[in-house]
Design a protein around this ligand. Structure first.
Ligand code: BG6
Length: 477
């Protein structure tokens, strides 16, 4: 039986704006998530135009990774991590996005982070866009609606590849750009997180705007892939998609067809990046909505020449496609409805380990490219016990079940999956709610939403479980 490869990349994923803090240090400029307040499972985050006194903006301090990265990476090393996916905050490198010269202090910070990882033999996987758009590119250029932003992004990519290329092999052009699409009604949260724009305030034809943003980011992705390959032929370039597989509510053919079409929302950009052209079915859909993207000959060349080497996938949940008479109060994160056959997390995210095996198979059969799971994990309320430790057996249970399905996908179904990166291996700020108390980590961070806590780090029970799992290469699940 196939086993997980000896060099299987066990590890975790983090994102700059969710943990670095130091939002005004080292020459960093303001980025979109610096204007996002903290919310909760019942109160949405707000995105303010200025920094308002008396409001809490969690990215400003994060968990202070900027000053404590050596301590944190040491703990990842202790767990035996083979890989860590980090993101580069664009606003540390080009504080305004359109600056002529990069900010040397920002470059040096990431060079030091990568050096620290290499010291522990941890393979860095570097994401070049994880919701960290310099605010000036929104206010002055209208964000990704404007093709000029693609050029600024490519300049940033070139700078970072130049700075890290001898040390970094795996690049990720974008994280979860697939959450912007005109197919479904969008929310302020996703248009803001990805592009710094609020859906409710978009002027003109909103669906067209979403289509243009989605297209421009996809184009930026293939152009960046081509560029990185040119700058470093030894590189492996991927893109990370946040996929929520859609199930039909029953076998009524209409519902099956709707669920099939719903999957396009998450897959059309993967098609565009793997098949060498922007998908015709999507262009037809746009034409039906009177949306004309205006694809140029140069764009076509970029799609043909900028194909991915591997696919990164973030998997948290599945959902049931909306159907006639669906109860709207059961809505799930991406507009579907909840599945009565599976449990939900405290944040309403459906827990579906078999969905991971399904997704791995579905994607591998469709593209035949190597896949890495770039995020998966459980956001939960953790309590520190009387003995001072967090006994997070529920997290271990979640991971065990998901990894057992991942192993089946590799060992029985022969999917080429070369790594598993758990989201948030150290507690950090939640992207959707801005909370600290939605915790994912193997490492507890003593920080709370009311601002208290000394930021001390301590291993949870899951820390030792994951360490053993890595040591046995997944044999002792
Ligand atoms: C992914 C994002 O979609 O979900 C991460 O890439 C995010 O940035 C993760 O943190 C989990 O979401 P949340 O809201 O629980 O932090």
């Amino acid at each position: 039986m196939t086993k997980l490869a000896k060099d299987f990349l066990w590890g975790g994923s983090i994102a700059a704006h969710q943990l670095e803090g130091a939002w005004q240090e080292g020459g960093k400029g303001p980025a979109i998530m610096d204007f996002a307040t903290s919310g909760s499972v019942t109160t949405p985050r707000e995105y303010t135009q200025t920094i308002e006194a008396g409001r809490h903006y969690p990215s400003h301090e994060g968990i202070d990774f900027y000053h404590r990265y050596k301590e944190d990476i040491k703990l990842f090393g202790e767990m035996g991590f083979k890989s860590l996916r980090i993101s580069i905050d664009w606003s540390r490198i080009y504080p305004n996005g359109d600056d002529v010269k990069p900010n040397q202090a920002g470059i040096e910070f990431y060079q030091s982070v990568v050096d620290e990882l290499l010291k522990y033999n941890i393979e860095p996987i570097v994401t070049l866009y994880h919701f960290e758009l310099p605010m000036n590119l929104v206010t002055k250029y209208d964000s990704w609606k404007n093709r000029q932003v693609i050029d600024f992004y490519l300049k940033f990519v070139e700078t970072m590849v130049g700075a890290l290329k001898s040390k970094v092999k795996y690049w990720v052009t974008f994280n979860e750009m697939n959450h912007i699409d005109p197919q479904t009604e969008a929310s302020d949260m996703f248009t803001y997180i990805l592009a710094g724009l609020k859906y409710s305030e978009l002027e003109g034809n909103k669906k067209e705007t979403l289509a243009v943003i989605g297209y421009n980011m996809t184009l930026a992705g293939v152009k960046a892939t081509r560029l990185i390959h040119q700058l470093d032929p030894a590189s492996q370039v991927g893109c990370v998609f946040g996929i929520t597989p859609k199930y039909p509510v029953n076998c009524d053919p209409i519902n099956v067809m709707n669920a099939f079409k719903d999957m396009d929302r998450d897959f059309y950009q993967i098609d565009a990046m793997c098949n060498g052209e922007f998908p015709k079915y999507k262009l037809r859909e746009y034409a039906d909505m009177n949306i004309n993207i205006g694809i140029t000959e140069e764009d076509k060349r970029a799609f043909a020449e900028g194909k991915l080497d591997y696919i990164g996938m973030n998997y948290y949940m599945t959902e049931v496609t909306r159907y006639e008479d669906a109860e709207v109060n059961e809505e799930s994160l991406f507009g579907g409805v909840q599945n009565p056959y599976i449990e939900k997390s405290k944040w309403g995210w459906g827990i579906d380990p078999i969905g991971l095996r399904y997704l791995l198979n579905y994607t591998y059969r469709r593209y035949g490219l190597p896949i890495i799971i770039c995020e998966n994990g459980l956001g939960a309320y953790d309590e520190v016990g009387a003995d001072g430790a967090v006994h997070d057996d529920y997290r271990i249970d979640f991971l065990q079940k998901h990894l057992s399905e991942l192993k089946k996908a590799v060992e029985e179904d022969k999917v080429d999956c070369f790594g598993y990166l758990m989201w948030g291996p150290i507690d950090l700020v939640s992207a959707t709610t801005g909370e600290m108390r939605k915790r994912y980590g193997f490492i507890y961070v003593n920080k709370h939403d009311d601002g208290t806590g000394d930021l001390a780090r301590s291993p949870k029970e899951s820390f030792y479980w994951y360490k053993n799992l890595i040591e046995t290469n997944g044999e002792e699940l």
